[in-house]
Design a protein around this ligand. Structure first.
Ligand SMILES: [Zn+2]
Length: 72
């Protein structure tokens, strides 16, 4: 990808991100709920109940920790 195309692509991505934020509202931009994750995400789910930047990773990590804490 050359420089101009990369620039256009970045601009398109930024526009898409802003459009998403405008459509869903600023409350949809949240930090990850996992205590040991510094990530943030835009909740694009319909219900707006997403809590983790990467549900498979951060959600699971927390579940495993809770599970271990319960057993201990
Ligand atoms: Zn996370």
């Amino acid at each position: 990808m050359d420089r101009v195309r990369a620039g256009q692509f970045a601009a398109l991505t930024a526009t898409g991100l802003l459009g998403t934020l405008r459509t869903l509202g600023p409350t949809r931009f949240r930090p990850c709920a996992s205590p040991d994750c510094e990530g943030a995400f835009i909740d694009t789910s319909r219900a707006g109940r997403r809590r983790y930047c990467t549900p498979d990773l951060c959600g699971n990590r927390l579940n495993v920790a809770n599970h271990r804490a319960r057993r201990a």
